[in-house]
Design a protein around this ligand. Structure first.
Ligand code: GLU
Length: 468
């Protein structure tokens, strides 16, 4: 695909009106992989021409998310608003060439004329009234693109959807510059993609309706028309476009929840693209195998359970030290005690599926239960249990060697002496230590926490029961 005359250059072009979202990330990924696979360039353009809704904070957030994921642009980031003078000059040139015109019709006039002829007010089309009166004017005006008379349809080949045909009558002379002098999306996107020598436009399918307008603009400006690939939407479980109601949509939320970048990338790339049955890919494998022809043309449903599974697989591949560094950087100081945190990571990493979950169980173990849950506490509310726990404390206090084996053995012998099942001692001990029944072996936990802390937590449990 790449050769000296037509190198692959692709771009991701987010509007900084929100954080990077999951759909945008998948679009970025497909662009990035396509560029890398073809020895091309991946570029980033911030489309900030909607001055009211764009913010620097969102620009920074999008860039930070991409950095976190290692999807780094190959050239300096392009800020669309920095080229506004060029955009306006281009619009003027189109007017001079008779390919665009000033239109003084107000929105109300356009609407009235359209609906008075029975047109649907939801899909208003301009009737071309100002097309032939293209003079300088003192009145406020927009600049409209004059769709050439001699075309019946616009046809293009989409790398994912095949041939797409749009009839001429679906389009009207659309606005390229608003009355306040700001250029519109369809116009600037063409001006900038041409300026950046973009060879392939890979973007979400919601833009497919814009493509015919953009193709007409490319032709009017005598620019080479890039190749288009419109990728299907990421859908929520309901089959509708993924929405905040159904799942977190911002990439930063996934970072906060403790998803690893490699897991998120691996999951998202598989959403709509496949390479046989392979589920897990290294970045190098993705670059080698990625091909737009394997991207499905139907929407893909976002499945958080599968993402969690993949994340847990990647978590398990990390060493305890690596996970410690990740947890410490993301969530902070409570894990300062590395000697305690590292073994706990080892104990819990296979039981959790995201870093935040891992962090929470570790903090819970280090701090002990803030309060006991009724479902665990109520069954322990007997005099016999209080007596049992007191005796257990006594046994443990006299233990000279404090490690998982010695503690577990002591508990086993103690259970036998007291004619109890081992679980009937281990479970209350786990409730004392971490506030629940499930979790790592109670002997292992007690060994890590130390004798003093174990005794303190057991004492607190029976004190609580006695006071109920
Ligand atoms: N700025 C547009 C958006 O955020 C993208 C335009 C494009 O990719 O052509 O949806």
């Amino acid at each position: 695909m790449n050769n000296a005359t037509n190198p692959v250059r692709v771009r991701f072009a987010p509007s900084p009106t929100g954080h990077l979202h999951i759909g945008g990330l998948r679009t970025t990924l497909f662009n990035w992989l396509f560029a890398k696979h073809n020895n091309g360039k991946f570029l980033l353009r911030i489309e900030d021409t909607d001055r009211e809704r764009s913010t620097q904070a969102y620009t920074d957030s999008i860039i930070a998310s991409l950095e976190w994921l290692g999807l780094i642009p190959d050239e300096p980031i392009m800020i669309q608003s920095s080229r506004i003078d060029e955009h306006i000059q281009l619009a003027q040139a189109l007017i001079e060439q008779g390919k665009a015109y000033r239109c003084i019709c107000t929105q109300e006039e356009v609407l009235d004329r359209y609906t008075s002829h029975g047109g649907n007010p939801e899909q208003v089309k301009y009737d071309g009234k100002c097309r032939n009166q293209n003079k300088e004017t003192d009145k406020p005006y927009v600049i409209r693109f004059a769709i050439p008379e001699d075309i019946d349809s616009i046809v293009f080949n989409d790398l994912i959807r095949g041939t797409v045909t749009i009839a001429r009558d679906q389009l009207d002379d659309f606005i390229i510059v608003r009355s306040d002098g700001t250029p519109m999306y369809n116009f600037v996107v063409v001006a900038d993609d041409a300026y950046m020598r973009i060879s392939h436009i890979i973007r979400g399918e919601e833009h497919i309706i814009n493509t015919p307008k953009q193709i007409l603009l490319y032709q009017a400006c005598n620019y080479a028309i890039p190749t288009f690939a419109h990728i299907p939407l990421v859908l929520g479980p309901s089959g509708q476009k993924l929405s905040k109601r159904e799942a977190a949509t911002s990439v930063i939320e996934y970072k906060k929840a403790g998803f690893l970048p490699e897991a998120l990338i691996n999951y998202l790339v598989r959403l709509g693209w496949s390479h046989g049955d392979q589920e897990k890919f290294t970045r190098e494998e993705l670059i080698t195998y990625f091909d737009l022809s394997q991207v499905s043309s139907s929407g893909a449903i976002f499945d958080i359970e599968k993402l969690l599974w993949l994340n847990s697989v990647y978590m398990r591949e990390k060493t305890d030290e690596q996970l410690y560094d990740l947890l410490h950087t993301e969530y902070g100081h409570i894990l300062d005690n590395k000697n305690m945190a590292i073994p706990l990571i080892g104990l819990y990493k296979e039981r959790t599926r995201a870093l935040k979950e891992l962090y929470d169980v570790i903090v819970n173990t280090i701090q002990g239960p803030a309060e006991y849950h009724d479902i665990y506490l109520q069954p322990l509310r007997t005099q016999q249990m209080v007596a049992l726990l007191k005796q257990l404390v006594n046994k443990l206090e006299h233990l000279s060697v404090w490690n998982a084996d010695s503690i577990t053995n002591t508990i086993k012998i103690f259970a036998k002496e007291m004619h109890q099942k081992i679980a009937d001692i281990m479970n209350p001990l786990r409730v004392a230590l971490i506030g629940q029944h499930s979790g790592p072996g109670a002997g292992t936990l007690a060994a890590l926490l130390g004798k003093e802390e174990t005794v303190r937590r057991l004492t607190r449990l029976y004190d609580t029961i006695e006071r109920m």
